[in-house]
Write a protein that binds this ligand. Sequence first.
Ligand SMILES: [Zn+2]
Length: 430
Amino acid sequence: MRDVSLLITGADQLVTVPPPTGGGGKRGADLAELGIIENGALAADGERIVAVGTTGEIEATCGLRPRGERIDARGCVVLPGFVDPHTHVLFAGTREWEFEERLRGRSYMEIAAAGGGIRSSVRMFRKADDATLLSESLQRLDRMAAYGTTTVEIKTGYALDPEQELRALRLIGALGQQHALSIVPTYLGAHEVPDDYRDRVDDYVELLTERMIPEAAELGIARFCDVFCEKGVFDVPQSRRILQAGLGAGLRPKLHADEIEPFGGAELAAELGAVSADHLGRVSPAGIAALAEAGVVAVLLPGTLFSLAAKQYAPARAMIDAGVSVALATDCNPGSSMTDAMPWVIALACLQMQMTPAEAISAATYNAAAALGLEGEVGSLTPGYRADLQLLAAPSYARLPYHVGSSDLRDLVVGGRIRLRNAAPPALRG
Ligand SMILES: [Zn+2]
């Protein structure tokens, strides 16, 4: 008998999301392979999963340590915690007025001219003190956890100034210290061109490559360097210089690519061996082929396109058919995707991008981990992986996209510790 600190038994479905045999993200038909064990059980010791199998198999081989915890998962689906691999959680203040203006038909350019847009978030960020930024962001992480997320990537990018971008990076580091969820920091000093560089973008690119990115890497907090590669922000040659400066300083590249129009961002991601290319609402067929060939994970953000009332979503089916590893993320940000909820993103992936529920779950767990270089660590219920998992009070994984805009989360386990228990239903009756 093996002694363990956590035993979960009797799950209607234990959704293991097995890693692919070849490494990297899950592709093609393998994306829908969830590795479901009925009447499933899982044993973890400390932070790690040590065994998965049927309840009979696990109870025959694993016993609880003194003070170990047991979860009866009858009536539940157990699946890996969601990995949210693209967010801008660290921001100050929200932009409801702008949302109403957009609904009245004002264009983004008009709103930006009236003081809105990303630059209004930059002004609010620069003014906010550390305590405010931390407490607002910690609350957002609490809500993400309540929807089943256990790992969150967070980008800088609302400061756009050497000192303040470093402050953002330190604050993201502090969020990782202060919150139970695993936080993955990304440096995005190239989120937008700051006002005082509007007419001399190359000077800001030089500031980024010569000073900001090396200083950010020096702090030892960021894992990735990201850039907004889009018409009117940073073009392909500028994006290449920025990402090469990151690579030179030890930061792997990520890109905001081909969101508004085909712009060569996916091709650049492939050329540089980026860990992911994100958005891709208007990726070209050549861009899709390049992503598949280079093994770059495509992080799709349907919540953003929904929130912008877009008519067209990223071509997820074409990407899956071409062999691209597709992942999903919330893009949580105050301008274009004010959401904390991965289940809603999964619903959009199914209803707007024709992904199957099984594909969308792989994309929100294992492939989302691959978009952060963590595919050997989280996103799968496999021995050796971190025990990050969620219990849904539901008979099947398909409840996730089917029960739109809601959460059936009951329990959340992060690093082998139960962090939320019997979260639903709330005690409102009687
Ligand atoms: Zn983004």
